[in-house]
Design a protein around this ligand. Structure first.
Ligand code: GDP
Ligand code: MG
Length: 818
């Protein structure tokens, strides 16, 4: 527990002193060292400050200070000790001491670094777990935690989202900063790719300002070695006061040494670790000193706050720091002093204060690197540059990109066809098997039509989805995705978005849920909201089954083209809508845009197959859960209510035909089949889902949809795959021929004999499916990310309205003109 929670007269043993800098020094000087016993003597009326007894003398601490001291009490120790044979009945001092010792051997470590620096790889290497890694920013959206033991210490490791800086711009930056300041990790591991020191060190300068206790993992050391560059990292470490350990997170090289160093730093034994000040130059330093002086006079600020860091934040205009300070009694004086000096800095540099600070930081970095770093021949970079020159070319970049996209969709469709056919026949085989071996009745119908029919018609699309993910993973892992974002930046700006919006949008082709989560990398809230709102127009893979079914059935000659056209339509609508939103819904200025270009890497098969497996298994899980349940529900809605009279009537009719000796065998066969069809048709029309479909039919009629399509759209609100399984259930009821759903669709007639599905109906249906209602999971994600139901509801309404209008337009124009 914390020392601040200890009550009057109680005792505890110190296990850990958190905090840093002057505070830590003073606290330790006073005798607050781990292993020592403290006792509460008196509490002030408001418990602040409290008087403690420590090594026979008395000291007083503020609550905020006592919060940074961790202790263990006898009671706690009694609760924690396992009931073993050699557990003493009453804990003696000695046992308590040893338990306190154990507690002090817990080291909380946070991984901090730029996106793509290898934090997650390092986390995996240290723990043997498999978090997702990817070669672009924004894969890790929230903290992952794990524990492991090493050399008698228990490490609590936390993987934080990647950030370029710790300013309070994006929620990620704020989150990481909060974790460092309030989560008080004992040691921070600053993961730094050796291939791009300069930019990555920016974050390090901020850690130095914060006086964070840090070890640098000089990751991707293999690439540095390969490039022939030399980096005297020991000297560099001494200069900045942070120990540096070369690592290769991908292979696990250097990881033990890294944690050895973490222990050294934690135990304050490292000769390298020290707190330095970055010299910001005379003007800025003067400003810092003056603001610091004002802060020092403020009685409400405890020793646990670094005044230098707070002054820097205030001068930079950090909104969070300002908010904190605004609560102090002398806030006016402090902020006034800040304003005066910020103005001085602006005048001197003819630039805003933040830029002045950033320039000074880069100056510090350049200086430190110039003395320790020598560029090599930079083979990887040369190749990177060479490739970059082509793929990000102002002219060639676009055709290459679109070719790649077209290839992706074409392959998804063409190559996926073969395994799809195998799965299809397997599904057919299963239902025949059950058909033969089970007695007829609702149970058999549920199994065959509901479960196998429903889930089966979705599972056949697994190969297509695997291929699509193969392409997406490849683009991510090689680094091409970042280039795509780069060349799309101009275009994105025209949409009112950022280049950074591009990755969430592309990810949307896989699944909108993680895509919406990945919008957290976008600094500006307005841009983030627009990116979220248009994301569901990026056609996710759940819609693919519907497309493949309808495109394959009605446009067999132009499969690839129509499919590509659908995706393009989605993109086009996203462009239009985001421009509209930008203009009318969320107006505001943009933050300047930075886009990094990580060097190209050949993805490993291991990593790629893991990505593909992760995503495909998600798809399968979804099928096991939501789609199975929905299939059963939909089957139920379609099967009931049964009408005994009607069943009897058709049975009698069929018996009459069979007994009619005047009919030829073929003729009677045909009559029976027609009767069966008619029976099913009537049954479905009067079922619950028929009722729902018919209720909304007036709304669907103008789009050319019959009630079955309407009903499948309703069921597809849960998840779009369900559209196919619903249609499967509604159609495979015609049990006379076990032809696939495709044939059923083609042969479907209205009672008057006209075809239900003209290509125009199919087209307008495809568009409707593309645009309408983001699935339930996506709506939940929108609510989470925007923290408001308003946006979630808005996305539901606007997409459905838009879907209706587009489908209406296409159907009307198609049927009247052609
Ligand atoms: P994060 O964004 O910081 O979590 O970075 P990731 O762990 O996702 O890694 C980004 C990319 O760098 C992945 O493609 C990794 O395979 C790759 N990577 C990570 N560590 C190393 C390393 O030490 N050497 C090399 N060559 N690549 C690495
Ligand atoms: Mg990560």
């Amino acid at each position: 527990m914390k020392l601040s929670e200890l009550k009057r007269g109680e005792k505890g043993i110190i296990t850990k002193v958190l905090g840093r800098g002057a505070f830590r020094r003073r606290i330790i000087e006073m005798g607050f060292i781990k292993g020592k016993e403290v006792e509460v003597i008196t509490e002030a009326p408001l418990k602040d400050p409290t008087e403690y007894k420590l090594m026979d003398y008395e000291v007083s601490l503020r609550k905020s200070e006592a919060e940074l001291i961790e202790i263990i009490t006898l009671e706690e120790a009694n609760l924690q000790l396992p009931e073993t044979e050699n557990r003493p009945l009453v804990l003696n001092e000695e046992a308590l001491q040893s338990l306190a010792d154990e507690q002090s051997k817990i080291i909380r470590v946070a991984l901090v670094g730029n996106p793509n620096s290898g934090k997650t790889s390092l986390f995996n290497a240290a723990s043997g777990t498999h978090e997702r890694v990817g070669n672009y920013s924004g894969v890790t959206v929230d903290a992952k935690k794990m524990k492991f033991k090493y050399k008698g210490y228990a490490f609590h490791l936390m993987d934080l989202p990647g950030t370029y800086s710790l300013s309070a711009y994006s929620p990620e930056e704020l989150y990481v900063r909060k974790q460092i300041v309030e989560g008080t990790p004992d040691v921070i591991i600053n993961v730094m790719p050796a291939s791009n020191l300069e930019r990555n060190l920016y974050l390090t300068t901020q850690l130095i300002d914060m006086d964070a206790i840090t070890v640098i993992a000089l990751n991707m050391y293999d690439e540095l070695e390969k490039s022939g560059a030399t980096f005297d990292h020991q000297r560099f470490a001494e200069m900045i006061g942070y120990p540096i350990v070369p690592t290769v997170a991908k292979s696990g090289r250097g990881i033990p040494e890294l944690f050895d160093q973490v222990i050294e730093v934690y135990e304050r034994r490292s000769p390298v670790a020290r707190h330095i000040h970055i010299n910001y130059g005379e003007e800025i330093e003067t400003g810092i000193d003056h603001v610091k002086k004002q802060l020092r006079e403020e009685k409400q600020i405890g020793l646990d706050t670094s005044l230098r860091y707070l002054s820097i934040l205030l001068l930079e205009g950090d909104p969070v720091a300002e908010k904190t300070v605004a609560k102090f009694p002398s806030a006016k004086k402090i902020l006034n002093e800040r304003d005066i000096h910020a103005q001085y800095i602006r005048d001197d540099f003819r630039e805003d204060v933040e830029t002045a600070f950033a320039d000074a930081r880069y100056g510090f970095i350049d200086g430190a690197l110039k003395q320790t770093y020598k560029e090599g021949k930079r083979d990887t970079l040369k190749i990177t540059h060479w490739i970059d020159r082509v793929v990000t070319d102002r002219f060639w970049g676009y055709p290459i990109f679109f070719l790649f996209m077209f290839l992706m969709f074409e392959c998804t469709f063409m190559l996926g066809k073969y395994p799809t056919q195998w799965i299809e026949s397997l599904v057919r085989f299963c239902s025949r098997l059950l058909d033969v071996h089970l007695n007829s009745g609702p149970f058999r119908d549920l199994l065959i039509d509901g479960i196998i029919g429903g889930v089966g018609s979705v599972i056949v699309f697994l190969p297509n989805i695997v291929i699509l993910y193969l392409f997406i993973s490849f683009m991510e892992d090689t680094g091409y995705m970042a280039r795509a974002a780069f060349i799309m930046d101009k275009f994105m700006q025209k949409m009112g978005l950022h280049g950074k919006s591009f990755i969430p949008l592309i990810m949307g082709f896989g699944c909108n849920v993680p895509a919406i989560m990945s919008t957290r990398i976008i600094e500006s809230r307005n841009t983030r909201i627009i990116t979220i709102l248009v994301n569901s127009l990026m056609s996710c893979s759940a819609r693919l089954p519907v497309y493949i079914l309808f495109v394959g059935t009605f446009f067999p000659k132009q499969e690839g083209l129509v499919l590509f056209g659908l995706y393009l339509t989605g993109i086009g609508l996203a462009v239009g809508m985001s421009r509209l939103f930008k203009k009318f819904l969320v107006r505001g200025e943009d933050l300047p845009f930075v886009m990094e270009l990580p060097p190209y890497r050949l993805p490993t098969w291991k990593a790629m197959s893991r990505h593909i497996w992760d995503r495909s298994s998600q798809y399968l899980k979804k099928m096991g859960g939501i789609i199975l349940i929905a299939s059963i529900v939909v089957w139920f809605l379609e099967y009931y209510p049964q009408n005994a009279e009607r069943n009897q009537y058709y049975e009698n009719q069929i018996t009459a035909v069979m007994n009619d000796s005047r009919l030829m065998p073929e003729e009677s066969h045909r009559l029976i089949s027609d009767l069966n069809k008619q029976h099913k048709e009537e049954q479905k029309e009067n079922s619950y889902i028929g009722k729902i479909g018919q209720t909304i039919e007036p709304l669907m009629r103008p789009l050319g949809f019959d009630w079955k399509l309407g009903a499948s759209l309703v069921s597809g609100m849960a998840a779009k795959e369900i559209i196919v399984s619903t249609l499967g259930i509604l159609y495979t009821g015609d049990d006379e021929d076990t032809g696939s759903l495709k044939q059923h669709l083609q042969n479907e007639r209205y009672l008057d004999g006209s075809v239900v599905y003209s290509p125009w109906v199919a087209g307008s249906f495809l568009l409707f499916v593309l645009i309408y209602f983001p699935c339930l999971a996506t709506v939940a994600a929108i609510k989470n990310e925007t923290r408001s139901w308003k946006w979630a509801l808005f996305s539901v309404l606007y997409t459905t309205a838009l879907a209706w209008l587009v489908a209406f337009g296409v159907y009307r124009i198609g049927t009247t003109l052609l």
